[in-house]
Design a protein around this ligand. Structure first.
Ligand code: CA
Length: 231
C-alpha cells in the first residue's frame, strides 16, 4: 500500500479522523478535508489514487464534488460515503461518476475491501488502446468513450457506458443481473437489483429508440442479452 494516496472528504470530524487513523494504519497516505471546497482544492493540488467522499458536505456537496472530479479525471476511483441509501440517491451518485457506495454506519473492513477492489481495478486493468467493440450497427470506441448507432452518436453517462460495454463484450450471450452487478458495480447482487433494472432501461431507451431492431432484450427470470440482427 506504500505510496498510495487517499483523500477523505467528510465533515463529521469523528468519522473523518477515525478513517484517517484506520487508513494510515493500513499504510495509506491519507489526507482529510472537512468541507467540499477544501476537498476540491486538495484534489486539484495533489495526485490521489482514490477519493472517499461524503455526500452531505458544507460548501460543495459530494455529488457536485464528484462531478467536478470526473470532469478532470475519468478514472480516479471515488467511493461515496452516505447515510442515504435510497435507490434515487444511489443513481444520483453513479450518475455523478462514483464507482461505489458505502452506507453509514459501516464497518471499516468493508470499506477497506472496496478500496482494495477499486485500486486493483485501476492498477491491473489499464484502458485498452485502439479498441472498438461492435454489435450489428452499434459501435463503441473504448478510447474516446464514444458510442454510435448507425453512425449516429449516442450520449451515455459513465455508468450507462459501462453497462453497455459489458453487454457488448458478451454479445449474443445471456447476461444475468448478478453478472452485471458483479462486473459493472463490483457489488453483491441483492443490494443492486433495482439499480440494474433502471440502468438497463436508460441504456435501452438511448440505444434502441428509433430503431426497428431492438438490440437489448430482456428475458424474464434470466437476464439480458444484447442480440445482433440475424443471430
Ligand atoms: Ca456529512
Amino acid at each position: 500500500m506504500e505510496g498510495i494516496k487517499i483523500l477523505v472528504v467528510e465533515d463529521e470530524k469523528k468519522i473523518a479522523d477515525t478513517l484517517k487513523l484506520g487508513l494510515t494504519e493500513q499504510g495509506f497516505s491519507t489526507e482529510v478535508a472537512y468541507d467540499g471546497k477544501i476537498g476540491h482544492l486538495l484534489f486539484q493540488s495533489e495526485k490521489y489514487d482514490l477519493v472517499i467522499l461524503d455526500i452531505n458536505l458544507p460548501e460543495m456537496n459530494g455529488y457536485e464534488l464528484c462531478k467536478a472530479i470526473r470532469r478532470q479525471d475519468q478514472h480516479l476511483p471515488v467511493i461515496l460515503l452516505t447515510a442515504m441509501s435510497s435507490i434515487e440517491n444511489k443513481i444520483e451518485g453513479y450518475d455523478a461518476g462514483a464507482d461505489d457506495y458505502i452506507i453509514k454506519p459501516f464497518e471499516f473492513r468493508e470499506l477497506l475491501l472496496k478500496i482494495k477492489v477499486l485500486l486493483k481495478r485501476t492498477a491491473y486493468h489499464p484502458e485498452p488502446v485502439g479498441n472498438l467493440l461492435r454489435a450489428s450497427d452499434l459501435e463503441m470506441n473504448l478510447d474516446t468513450k464514444e458510442v454510435f448507432r448507425a453512425g449516429r452518436k449516442i450520449n451515455l453517462t459513465l455508468k450507462e457506458f459501462q453497462v453497455l460495454e459489458y453487454l457488448m463484450r458478451n454479445k449474443n450471450r445471456m447476461v444475468s443481473r448478478a453478472d452485471l452487478s458483479l462486473n459493472v458495480w463490483e457489488a453483491d447482487f441483492n443490494s443492486n437489483t433495482n439499480v440494474i433494472d433502471v440502468y438497463i432501461s436508460y441504456v435501452r431507451s438511448k440505444v434502441d429508440k428509433d430503431f426497428d431492431h431492438r438490440l437489448i432484450q430482456t428475458h424474464i427470470g434470466m437476464g439480458y442479452i444484447l442480440k445482433e440482427k440475424g443471430t
